[in-house]
Design a protein around this ligand. Structure first.
Ligand code: SF4
Length: 439
């Protein structure tokens, strides 16, 4: 009888690409992959540790897995597993905890699924973890997340990621191109490039071999891939040449997600970010000068220690006057072993919540204004596989989310449409043209 394995992923696109790669290792080893809610012999839970909540979520997922399969072998991998292996090993029902370097050797570690009296923990010191392991997601989405970079050499004072994922390291351009060709051959239309500090691509074995721009140019020549999206890039690493190139590129789409974190230079200093707000303004202006319809997403943290009401309003006004399209708002959460957790003047929880609410409202206002600026225009839509209440969704190259009556023939298809109006749920309704561009 083939053994059954089920997966659960918490966190970022990088985690999804790694879970998908690990699931292919299990298939190769003769396992059947089943849904998380089905009975399984082994569960692999890929964790995140960006916030306190993320840790809590892991516990909840373990409980859920044991509800479906009380005797299953539970393995925890990912950032939380690297940062707090002992804490996880005390969660009832967990059999094995694997660190950042060990997770891709899981098939060797789980061996015969025999439950041991004590939780097994394999987790080398992150400073030793400098090997880059390629990964990409496949099969569970229309778009493929392709991991090209891992780790980070920056030291933002609120962030645990360098402690969880180690130093900055990358795949070789040749290896990325061969994976992109593999993905193209599988019929996927869009690749989303992912990493921890993507713009820092090019470091191998501690030496810089090339730059992110070199990878962009090489990927733009990959036949069979219709779109390539840059998932996120630091403002100081988003160079003019990258913006110039994307504005004339065949495959790179006009959509940038650029972490800002704060609109106050005082707070950017306390965060130890590598730019000030003036550079951010320049980046946005440069993008909009070359690509007026470009979508710009912004990460911002509220409630950082020392952030006064005035500092927050400075951030609010800065974002309000910027020509951006949406925000991802994060409420500051103290993380162990980070300098920010020791900083004075913590912001009360209720005040953090209030500031988060204000920025969520601003984000909706920005998204609506961006969508309104696109109405009446034609756009190429990549249709997704989801179906909800008889409707399906899709995204334009510049990340406008549309809805249309469900049509199975359209799944993973690219079609030219006209953007008509904004539906009550905020998605854009379309007028389909006959033309199907690719399938
Ligand atoms: S750039 Fe800063 S916030 Fe981003 S992963 Fe690196 S240390 Fe963390």
């Amino acid at each position: 009888m083939k053994k059954k394995v089920a997966f659960y992923t918490l966190g970022c696109k990088l985690n999804y690409s790694e879970t998908s790669t690990i699931s292919r290792q299990f298939s190769k080893a003769g396992f059947d992959t089943v849904n998380f809610t089905d009975q399984a012999d082994v569960y692999v839970i890929n964790t995140c540790s960006v916030t306190e909540n993320a840790d809590k979520k892991c516990r909840k997922v373990v409980k859920e897995a044991l509800k479906y399969s009380p005797n299953a072998y539970i393995t925890i991998v990912g950032c939380y597993a690297q940062l707090k292996p002992t804490e996880i090993s005390e969660i009832p029902g967990v059999d094995m905890v694997l660190g950042a370097a060990e997770k891709f050797l899981i098939i060797d570690y789980i061996n015969d699924l025999t439950k041991q009296p004590k939780t097994l923990v394999y987790n080398q010191d992150i400073a030793q973890t400098n090997q880059f392991i390629p990964a990409y997601s496949f099969g569970d989405r229309t778009r493929t997340f392709l991991k090209v970079q891992d780790g980070c050499d920056y030291s933002c004072t609120f962030c645990t990621i360098p402690l969880a994922r180690g130093s900055s390291r990358s795949d070789s351009i040749e290896s990325v191109i061969s994976q992109a060709n593999e993905i193209a051959a599988s019929g996927v239309n869009e690749i989303v490039l992912t990493g921890v500090n993507l713009g820092d691509f090019g470091i191998r074995n501690g030496e810089r071999e090339n730059r992110f721009f070199d990878l962009v140019k090489a990927l733009d020549e990959v036949k069979g891939i219709n779109r390539i999206r840059i998932s996120s890039i630091e403002p100081n690493l988003l160079t003019n040449e990258i913006i110039d190139y994307v504005s004339i590129s065949k495959r790179f789409v006009p959509h940038f997600h650029i972490p800002l974190q704060s609109g106050s230079n005082k707070i950017l200093g306390l965060m130890r970010r590598r730019y000030r707000r003036e550079l951010y303004t320049e980046r946005v202006a440069k993008i909009k000068e070359l690509m007026p319809n470009c979508c710009i997403g912004v990460d911002v943290i509220v409630g950082f220690p020392g952030e006064t009401r005035e500092d927050f309003l400075e951030t609010y006004d800065f974002l309000n006057q910027l020509d951006i399209s949406y925000l991802h708002v994060f409420t500051y959460s103290e993380r162990e072993n980070t300098p920010a957790a020791q900083m004075p003047d913590p912001v009360p929880g209720s005040e953090r919540a209030d500031r988060s609410k204000m920025l969520h409202i601003l984000s909706e206002k920005k998204r609506r204004a961006f969508y309104e600026s696109q109405l009446g225009q034609h756009a190429e839509i990549l249709f997704e596989a989801d179906q909800k209440d008889g409707f399906m969704h899709g995204f334009s190259r510049n990340y406008v989310k549309i809805k249309a009556p469900y049509d199975p023939l359209l799944v993973n298809g690219i079609k030219n449409v006209q953007l008509m109006n904004i539906a009550p749920d905020g998605d854009v309704e379309i007028l389909e043209t006959a033309e199907i561009l690719s399938h």
